[in-house]
Design a protein around this ligand. Structure first.
Ligand SMILES: Cc1ncc(COP(=O)(O)O)c(C=O)c1O
Length: 391
């Protein structure tokens, strides 16, 4: 177990991020004295409603949309599920969906469940860089397609799909389009005003807000059927008393993400590139999974020949380095990553791959320390698996 002097290096920011101290400060009054229900008629509640309104404006600013287009939800999975369910409930005759083979399970498992209930699903393939072919998308859309759902930034590789182009194709074909932008929001510029996207899901805890608060953007011209039916909260689009402190936190996190967006592209990319180049230089037989430029500035998914990622995660954990093998939601499963498999990686390559994901709260000093530790551990693991240490 780690000692009290144990220092953690957290390179798993696609799994979750630490709370920004300014976000926590903004939230605290809503966990203490401002506990009113924003739906209450008295001023104690109205003050909280005003704070929720402000958070909605802050998030809308980051996305370039109107505050009224945003529905606060409890998790990215709820946002993803809500968009798909709305599309199929409102047009029950359309029983076909299009998605990709590299979606997060919040979309993939939902689509598999719908397939078992008689829906047809077209799963778009990706090439070895992790990119879709827009012609395959265009050809895959049918008159009975209820919705197309594509991940914007892949949680495992960081690869960016051409979402604006995909949305434009769907609009031209008269098909609804949803993007799971959980990993993209706050890391790349997004301007929904200029876009053909009808639904966009995002998640607060990927951008230094707390867990338990996310949002779904619904284009004002798109009909929406609530997924959670109850009180008339969220403009009658999502029942349930608002998670007010976390919504306030998400608002501040969104504002900070806007302020730091260019930094994310410069400073965080520099951290990622220093780390990645350092690893490629120090360790033989390592390859980058995913397109080298069409990816998030913070993500590095590395295939390290001759290791198994589960063993490597344990060794890294002993040294205080956090990263992922596959996505956090499927960690623990021995199945090789479906994303890497869809990109044509062999089972061995997929099982030897690790995801390192950085944030603006990481430092070059952490990268320097990790570059000392990781190569030593890879050497140790390779020696163990080739039987040198066993002799
Ligand atoms: C791309 C993507 N979509 C959806 C989700 C699900 O979000 P949540 O865990 O908030 O439900 C995640 C979580 O990691 C994700 O990375």
């Amino acid at each position: 177990m780690p000692s009290s002097t144990f220092v953690m290096i957290y390179f798993d920011n696609n799994a979750t991020t630490s709370l920004d101290p300014d976000v926590l400060e903004a939230m605290l009054p809503f966990l203490r004295e401002n506990y009113g229900n924003p739906s209450s008629a008295y001023s104690f509640g109205k003050r909280v409603a005003q704070a929720v309104r402000h958070a909605r404006e802050q998030l809308a600013d980051l996305l370039g949309c109107e505050p009224s287009e945003l529905i606060f939800t409890s998790c990215g999975t709820e946002s993803d599920n809500s968009a798909i369910q709305s599309a199929i409930q409102l047009d029950p005759d359309r029983r076909h969906l299009v998605t990709s083979k590299v979606e997060h399970s919040a979309i993939a498992k939902h689509a598999e469940t719908l397939a078992r209930r008689g829906y047809e699903v077209t799963w778009l393939s990706v090439n070895s860089d992790g990119l879709i072919d827009l012609r395959e998308l265009e050809n895959g859309i049918r008159p009975d397609t209820a919705i197309v759902s594509l991940i914007w930034a892949n949680n495992e590789t960081g690869v960016l799909f051409p979402i604006e182009e995909a949305a434009a194709i769907c609009r031209a074909k008269g098909t609804l389009f949803h993007t799971d932008a959980v990993q993209a929001v706050g890391k790349i510029p997004i301007d929904l005003q200029k876009s053909s996207i009808q639904f966009l899901s995002l998640s607060g805890h990927k951008l230094h807000a707390p867990k338990g608060v996310r949002a779904l953007n619904v284009n004002p011209r798109t009909r929406f059927n609530p997924y959670l039916i109850g009180g008339g909260q969220e403009n009658k689009k999502r029942g349930g008393t608002e998670n007010t402190a976390s919504i306030v936190g998400l608002g501040v996190a969104a504002e900070l993400a806007g302020v730091h967006l260019s930094e994310e592209n410069a400073q965080v990319r520099a951290l990622r590139d220093t780390f990645e180049e350092g690893i490629l230089k120090r360790i033989p037989n390592v390859q980058v999974n995913g397109h080298r430029t069409l990816r998030l500035p913070n993500t590095s998914n590395l295939a390290i020949e001759g290791i198994d990622s589960e063993g490597m995660l344990m060794l890294l954990d002993q040294k205080g380095i956090c990263c992922s093998a596959g996505s956090a939601c499927t960690a623990g499963s021995l199945e090789p990553s479906h994303v890497l498999r869809a990109m044509g990686c062999s089972t061995d390559r997929a099982r030897g791959s690790l995801r390192f994901s950085f944030s603006r709260l990481n430092t070059q000093e952490e990268v320097r320390q990790a570059l000392e530790i990781v190569p030593r551990l890879v050497e140790k693991l390779r020696a163990m698996s080739s039987g040198v240490l066993a002799a």
